[in-house]
Design a protein around this ligand. Structure first.
Ligand code: SF4
Length: 277
């Protein structure tokens, strides 16, 4: 299938459109900037740590593998957190608030590591180095389909035996595959299948805070779901006319401690055209 499209989409752009077409318009058509927040910055720190985690050099007879990996992940975390100091300081947060997120992110990474230890033991308790090699995935791989007009970065592609799993890391507060996450995973499965001719067996989210990975089996229904959503977004985003991007007014416009990045401009637009809001 070759789709007619105006721009390459991504799981993020598609989920933005599903949340609010007007917001999509501001970000992807007017190309307005979105603000940074602690969740984005610390998510990026955690992703970088895990991406580098598997680059560690291990000897075949590593005497204290557990200690070495704990020191390694914490060293990577300290380096990444320091490298983002400038961005973190620009977030308008108190030092106590920053300290809270520093501790929480470090704890998440260590929680993930302890769940990884369990996987090493389950796979080969007699030879953890061998298990480490088996579980070393491909990381942060770009999949882009010119036919379908969609791209995505897959955090983890893991091949163990005959099983292929695509995993995304999340620092979310709840360990639940939401509708947005499900669509993101479905798109990854679709892109993988288009490129390799076979679908992965599973897709899932690794919830770092909980050390849990929640997975979905990949079947044709999941891939068809992604194809349908990709078709829909292309059909709905052909024009650059703001009136084709209606507002979706929900509690995500403004909440007790914050508001949508475009709340003010969205309201001004409201004053010009009352029927619009
Ligand atoms: S304020 Fe609400 S309606 Fe306006 S762009 Fe943001 S989410 Fe959409």
């Amino acid at each position: 299938m070759v789709l007619k499209y105006s721009r390459i989409q991504s799981p993020s752009s598609i989920n933005t459109y599903r949340q609010c077409p007007r917001k999509y318009y501001y970000i992807y058509i007017e190309k307005r900037k979105t603000s940074k927040n602690i969740h984005l910055v610390r998510g990026s720190i955690a992703h970088s740590v895990l991406e580098n985690f598997f680059t560690i050099k291990l000897n075949d007879n590593e005497p204290c593998l557990g200690d070495k990996l704990i020191n390694w992940i914490n060293e990577l975390f300290e380096n990444e957190w320091s490298s983002k100091k400038k961005e973190l300081c620009e977030l308008d947060m108190t030092s106590q608030e920053l300290k809270y997120y520093y501790n929480e992110t470090k704890e998440m990474l260590n929680t993930w590591l302890f769940s990884f230890f369990k996987r090493l033991r389950d796979l080969d308790s007699n030879n953890p180095i061998n298990a480490f090699k088996t579980l070393t995935p491909e990381m942060e791989v770009l999949y882009k389909s010119d036919n379908l007009g969609v791209l995505g970065y897959i955090d983890v592609i893991e091949k163990v035996g005959e099983n292929i799993s695509l995993i995304d890391y999340k620092t979310s507060k709840a360990a639940k595959i939401s509708d947005d996450y499900k669509l993101q995973l479905a798109i990854y499965a679709m892109l993988y299948k288009e490129k390799h001719g076979i679908a992965p067996n599973k897709v899932g989210i690794s919830f770092l805070k909980f050390g849990e990975t929640h997975e979905l089996m990949v079947n044709q229904d999941l891939i068809d779901y992604a194809l349908l959503e990709v078709e829909l977004i292309h059909a709905n985003t052909q024009t650059k006319n703001i009136i084709d991007y209606p507002k979706n007014i929900t509690p995500l416009c403004k909440w007790s401690s914050g508001q949508c990045d475009f709340y003010d401009i969205c309201q001004k637009c409201n004053q010009r055209n009352l029927s619009d809001f």
